[in-house]
Design a protein around this ligand. Sequence first.
Ligand SMILES: C[S@@+](CC[C@H](N)C(=O)[O-])C[C@H]1O[C@@H](n2cnc3c(N)ncnc32)[C@H](O)[C@@H]1O
Length: 285
Amino acid sequence: MATDVTDDTKGEDDVTDNTHPPTGGSARLNTSVAHNARVWNYWIGGKDNYEVDQQVGEHVATMFPVIREVARADRDFLGRAVTHLAAERGVRQFLDVGTGLPTVDNTHEIAQRVSPDSRIVYVDNDPIVLVHARTLLTSTPEGVTDYIDADVHDPAAIVERAAGTLDLGQPVAVMLLGILNFVLDTDKAREIVRELVAAVPSGSFLVLTHPTFDAEYGGEGNIPAMEFWNENAVPPITARSHAEIASFLDGLELVEPGLVSCSRWRPEDGSAAVVPQLGAVAVKP
Ligand SMILES: C[S@@+](CC[C@H](N)C(=O)[O-])C[C@H]1O[C@@H](n2cnc3c(N)ncnc32)[C@H](O)[C@@H]1O
């Protein structure tokens, strides 16, 4: 574990600048059970994880060797999608739900590189993400980076708090990367997407990645690997079919090339291997 996590239990909920010390999240840290944010960090080569995360991460990688490639392809997709939206679509506001631990090229860094006045609100409910976000998610002086400690199952609370930082009368890119897979009920996941998209105006975007068990993407191995995960780690996860994932995009207009292996979404390298993690960008008409 590379970061010194202090035991501060003051319990503040969100921040709007970068001067706050880490609080709150550290009080909820559980280092005896593998947590998704930390294992994901392990798979992408980060150092912000514990022994239990490394053990579970290694076991999953043994069962399902493509998982590291999935995690890297997902991060690369995030980079291309945010660059596309900021540089080619003029998007200046991002609501990134299921942030993950800060890594190389986070959403605000990519967006603010294109346009320093970009406003980014991050949302996650993992205590260690909260601790790191407060120290690492800094902003340009012209822009804003905010962090909300909230659960994706409560989109109304997310919208209400995001409205304190984002102008919800102007287009927003709602980012749901690798997070709807933690909403086990598909109807509930659709409802969450609908509620988040309803809160932003026409011309806004939805950016999505999601694991699939479809064989054509090499996803069958997700099923036993996720069974192991659900017995040994938190939070519980599910994969879905292409059709189920496509249903999250109903009513929106897909940006080319549509819902595809996230490695094949406008790739810099046209020969990138297919991975069992689908990605899409869609616009609200
Ligand atoms: C697979 S990681 C993806 C991180 C990042 N979006 C990416 O694509 O690299 C999923 C993130 O979702 C967060 N998460 C899981 N369940 C959540 C929930 N119910 N509410 C908010 N965040 C959640 C985890 O803590 C983790 O940071």
